[in-house]
Design a protein around this ligand. Structure first.
Ligand code: GAR
Length: 201
């Protein structure tokens, strides 16, 4: 079976990148990461990529640069690796169609909340606060396709509930959400790769 080519976009710690790399290493994911791209040079995920021998690319946006121009250049970098899928694993920049249009149905985003809830940054913290106010009794994780510029919005590939307990500190909840997303992301990429294989068969 041909391995699926992935390019992973990150902005930070890269624990989800690590989960993908581990999934490849243990044979769960028939895939190869062609490159990891970060919009910030401080992202620890870059170090994880380098340690694994994966090309780690930093692409920062210049202040005066238009978003579309940055995204078009980012798309060229990603395209040069000919990925089957682009994985947004903690990528914290909103992408314009200048990027999205280059990879139709090929961009997969991970978000640490359920569909339609807490889009954008600090989703886990906002869910924890909403729980304290009695507004929600659980949160979750979702993996979805990115069809357009909507933030953390698009056809859902998978979602999973994460319960919140009364004694949970924010750190407790963060730990459980991250654990859940590491599992769900790898499972969903695996299913998506297998579907791609079936479509080509
Ligand atoms: C993850 O929790 C991911 O779901 C979130 O950023 C974190 C990155 O962690 N993404 C978003 O909030 C997207 N709106 P990581 O760098 O350790 O993988």
């Amino acid at each position: 079976m041909k391995k699926a080519s992935l390019v992973v976009l990150i902005s930070g710690n890269g624990s989800n990148l690590q989960a993908i790399m581990d999934g490849i290493h243990d044979g769960t994911l028939p895939a190869e990461i062609k490159a990891v791209v970060s919009n910030t040079k401080e992202a620890y995920g870059l170090e994880r990529a380098r340690l694994a021998g994966i090309p780690a690319v930093v692409k920062t946006k210049r202040k005066e640069q238009e978003r579309e121009q940055y995204d078009a250049e980012l798309a060229e970098i990603v395209k040069s690796h000919q990925p089957d899928f682009v994985i947004l694993a903690g990528w914290m920049r909103i992408l314009t169609m200048a990027f999205i249009g280059a990879f139709p149905y090929r961009i997969i985003n991970l978000h640490p909340a359920l569909p339609g809830t807490f889009p954008g940054v600090n989703a886990i913290e906002r869910a924890w606060q909403a729980y304290q106010k009695g507004e929600i009794n659980h949160t979750g994780v979702m993996v979805h396709l990115v069809p357009d510029e909507g933030v953390d919005l698009g056809p859902v590939l998978a979602q999973r509930i994460v319960e919140i307990n009364q004694q949970d500190s924010l750190e407790d909840l963060e730990r459980r959400v991250h654990q859940c997303e590491h599992e769900l992301l790898v499972e969903t990429i695996q299913k998506t790769i297998l579907q791609l294989e079936e479509n080509h068969a």
